[in-house]
Design a protein around this ligand. Sequence first.
Ligand SMILES: [Fe+2]
Length: 253
Amino acid sequence: MPLNILHLTDCHLFRDADTELKGVCTRAAWLRAIAAIDPQFEQIDRLIVTGDFTHDDLPETYRPVRESLARWWPKTRLTIGNHDVRAGLWEHASDRLEQTADRLVFRDSVGGWSLIGLDSHRPGEVIGELGEVQRDWLDHQLRRAPGLPTALFFHHPPVEVGSPWMNEIALADRAELGQLLDRHPQVRLVVCGHVHHESSTLWGTRLVLTTPSTAVQFVPVSTTLEVDSVPAGYRHLELHEDGRVFTRVVRLV
Ligand SMILES: [Fe+2]
């Protein structure tokens, strides 16, 4: 049986349940997404959410996130986004994360795959960075399991997704990460958020995917931030033990 994963990202919640971001009530949109995936619960092995849980950067905004995921919590894995707060995320999700140096990461071995969540948060900035200490930690993890197909999850994409303004706020140390991953061909897949639209890019031998936000959508391949009218969405991933990956984006219409 393949490993079935749902990837949700960039819900951008506020403490106030009614607050809107660019005309979208993010709390209502998030709850709609959770309701939409509910019928799939038994078939799904993991629910992975790659950050920007909050938009107001308030620690208490993680409480409704946790509450909304109560049923999914044992299957849930998380990574931090640029809008998040490490202390708040740790306070409400320390049972789904581990600390390495000053970063919040996860490691999960399931269905013949290694899933690793990384922390690309740079406090107070929109751009992301893994940093040398975390890259060394990742190198160590990958050296321990060279034969296991591996997927990485983190917020800021390490590739250009077609929009110059977005490339300037993506992953700063993407070149260093690329050099590291060249030594570990078992890394087949990198899954990110941040860009608020769907994309798929070949990066060396790896497939890099981004997934729509559960709330506000951005126009892909644009020169400036422009809100898109396409529906919100999430991604389904089917990972096979032999390393094959099947995926599709599901729109919340
Ligand atoms: Fe975001």
